[in-house]
Design a protein around this ligand. Structure first.
Ligand code: NAD
Length: 453
C-alpha cells in the first residue's frame, strides 16, 4: 500500500500521533479536539506557564469554552512538553498554531512562524515524511517563503523527509456553536495526495466540510480575505454610524429598513474592532499587495475607519459630558467590559484601550470593569474595578463589551452610584427606553445625540 493510502487508513482509525506547536486560543482546543477524536496527541508550548497549567489540567487561555475540557494529568494519549525536540519524533503530523501579530509599524511579524518551523524541522526524522501543517493566519506565500529556506538549510527534502501544507483555523472563541469541531476546513498543499490524506485526518476533527483546495497559497489567501471582508463590512457600518447622526437619523433605523431587502447584509456598528484577527489580518493582505505593486485602497481605508472609531467615540463622549455640564478636568467615565468580544477574557487589540487612552489624554478619568479579566489586563492609568457595586462617582457609563454580565447589570442600582446618569451603548444591544425609565440619560453609537432619549 502506498504511504499516503496507509496514512489515510490510519487517519480514519485514529491511529496517528498529532503534534500541536503553540497551545494558545487555537492550539489548545485543537489538541483537545484531536485527543477527543481518538488520536495520540503531543502539545508543545514555549511558555512555561502554559505548559504547567495545561499539564495540571487547567485552561491558560481566556476562552471559557476550554475551562472544563483540558485533560487531567495522567490522561492516556495526552502528552504536554515545552520541547519540540521531545515531541516531534513521535508525530505523524505536526500542526503549527503560533501567533502572527503585526509590528508597531503595522507590518506582518512572521518571527513566530519562522521560529516554530525551525524548532520542528530540526527534529524531523529523516525519511519519515512527517506532514507539517501551518494553521496560523498568514498572507498568500508565507508558508513556502518562510519554511523552504529553513528546510533547505537543514538538508531536508520535501516528499522524502517531510511534507508541508496549510490549513487555516476558523473557529470563533467564546462561541460553542463554532468551535474547532464544528467549522469547515480548507487544505492547501502542492501535493494532492498529501492534501487528500489531510482531508481524511481533519474529517475526524470536525463535523463540517473539509476540502482540499489546491496549492498552499489558495488556502492562505482564503483565510486572510475572510477577515478582510469582515473588516470592510464593519467599516462600512461604522462609517454610516458617523454620517447618519449628523443627518439626525439613527443608523439602526436605517439598517433595519434596508435589511428588509433580500440581499442586504446587516452588520452592527460599535466602538471599534478588536482581537487577534480582524484588526490584524488585513495588514497581511495590504503588505502582500504592496509587495507585488498593486494598490489595496479599499482594505486600507476600511482599516483606517475601524481604527479611528475609538477616538471618534471618545470625542462624542466628551461632547455629551460637556453638554451635561460635567466640569472639564473632573470628568469620570466608567467602561463596562474591556475584552475585545463578549464572553471571552481576551484583551488583545481591544478598542477599549485606545478609547481609554484618548479619554485620558483629554484629562478624563477612566475606570473599567470586566468580570472576564484579571486586574493585570489593563494599561497604566485605568482605575480597575473588581466589584461593580463599589464603582461610584462616574459621569458616563459606556457599554464596551456585550458580556452577558454587562447586559444583566442592575441598572437601577448602578444609576444611583453615578454622579451624572449618562450612559452610552457602544454595541447597540441595550434597551435605551428601559434605561431612560430607570433614570438614565441614554445615548448610543450611530444615534443622533441631540437630547438623549
Ligand atoms: N484566536 C483566534 O480567535 C484565532 C482564530 C483563528 C485563527 N487564529 C490564528 O491562529 C494563530 C494563533 O493564534 P492564537 O490566538 O492561538 O495565539 P496565542 O497567542 O493564544 O497562542 C500562541 C501560542 O504559541 C506559543 N508559541 C509561540 N512560539 C512558539 C514556538 N516556537 N513553539 C511552541 N509554542 C510557541 C505561545 O507561547 C502561545 O501559547 C494566529 O495566527 C491567529 O491569527 C486565531
Amino acid at each position: 500500500m502506498a504511504h499516503q493510502e496507509r496514512f489515510t487508513e490510519r487517519a480514519a482509525n485514529g491511529d496517528l500521533t498529532i503534534g500541536i506547536i503553540g497551545l494558545g486560543y487555537v492550539g489548545l482546543p485543537t489538541a483537545i479536539g484531536f485527543h477527543d477524536a481518538g488520536f495520540n496527541v503531543w502539545g508543545v508550548d514555549v511558555s512555561q506557564r502554559t505548559v504547567d497549567m495545561v499539564k495540571a489540567g487547567k485552561n491558560p487561555t481566556g476562552d471559557p469554552d476550554v475551562d472544563d475540557i483540558v485533560p487531567s494529568p495522567g490522561t492516556e494519549r495526552w502528552h504536554i512538553t515545552d520541547s519540540a525536540a521531545e515531541a516531534v519524533p513521535h508525530c505523524d503530523v505536526i500542526l503549527v498554531t503560533v501567533p502572527t501579530p503585526i509590528t508597531h509599524d503595522l507590518k506582518p511579524d512572521l518571527s513566530y512562524v519562522e521560529g516554530a518551523g525551525r524548532d520542528v524541522f530540526q527534529s524531523i526524522v529523516k525519511g519519515s515524511r512527517t506532514i507539517v501543517v501551518l494553521e496560523s493566519t498568514v498572507y498568500p506565500g508565507v508558508t513556502a517563503q518562510t519554511w523552504h529556506p529553513i528546510i533547505e538549510e537543514l538538508g531536508l527534502v520535501i516528499g522524502e523527509d517531510l511534507e508541508i501544507a496549510y490549513c487555516p483555523e476558523r473557529f470563533n472563541p467564546g462561541d460553542p456553536a463554532h468551535g474547532v469541531r464544528q467549522v469547515a476546513r480548507v487544505i492547501g498543499c502542492s501535493n494532492p495526495e498529501v492534501g487528500a490524506a489531510l482531508v481524511a485526518l481533519y474529517q475526524k476533527l470536525t463535523s463540517e466540510d473539509v476540502r482540499y483546495v489546491g496549492k498552499l497559497e489558495v488556502a492562505e489567501a482564503a483565510k486572510v480575505i475572510e477577515n478582510v471582508q469582515r473588516d470592510i463590512n464593519i467599516a462600512l457600518v461604522n462609517e454610516l454610524a458617523r454620517i447618519f447622526p449628523a443627518l439626525n437619523v439613527d443608523v439602526e433605523d436605517v439598517l433595519s429598513a434596508a435589511a428588509t431587502k433580500w440581499n442586504f447584509h446587516r452588520y452592527t456598528p460599535g466602538v471599534g474592532v478588536g482581537g487577534h484577527c480582524i484588526p490584524v489580518d488585513p495588514y497581511y493582505m495590504i503588505q502582500r499587495a504592496a509587495d507585488v505593486g498593486v494598490p489595496a485602497g479599499l482594505i486600507t481605508a476600511a482599516r483606517a475607519v475601524n481604527r479611528s472609531m475609538p477616538s471618534h467615540v471618545a470625542g462624542v463622549l466628551s461632547d455629551l459630558m460637556w453638554n451635561a455640564n460635567v466640569a472639564a478636568g473632573d470628568a469620570k467615565v466608567l467602561l463596562l467590559g474591556w475584552s475585545y468580544k463578549a464572553e471571552v477574557g481576551d484583551p488583545r487589540e481591544t478598542p477599549a484601550e485606545p478609547l481609554a487612552e484618548t479619554l485620558m489624554a483629554k484629562g478624563i478619568t477612566v475606570g473599567a470593569w470586566d468580570p472576564h479579566l484579571d486586574d493585570g489586563s489593563y494599561p497604566e492609568g485605568v482605575e480597575v474595578i473588581s466589584d461593580i457595586s463599589k464603582a461610584e462617582g462616574y459621569d458616563m457609563a459606556v457599554l464596551v463589551t456585550a458580556h452577558k454580565a454587562c447586559l444583566e447589570l442592575d441598572w437601577s442600582e448602578l444609576v444611583k452610584q453615578m454622579r451624572t446618569p449618562l450612559i452610552y451603548d457602544g454595541r447597540r444591544v441595550l434597551n435605551l427606553e428601559e434605561l431612560t425609565s430607570k433614570g438614565w440619560k441614554a445615548y448610543a453609537v450611530g444615534r443622533p445625540y441631540g437630547d438623549g432619549l
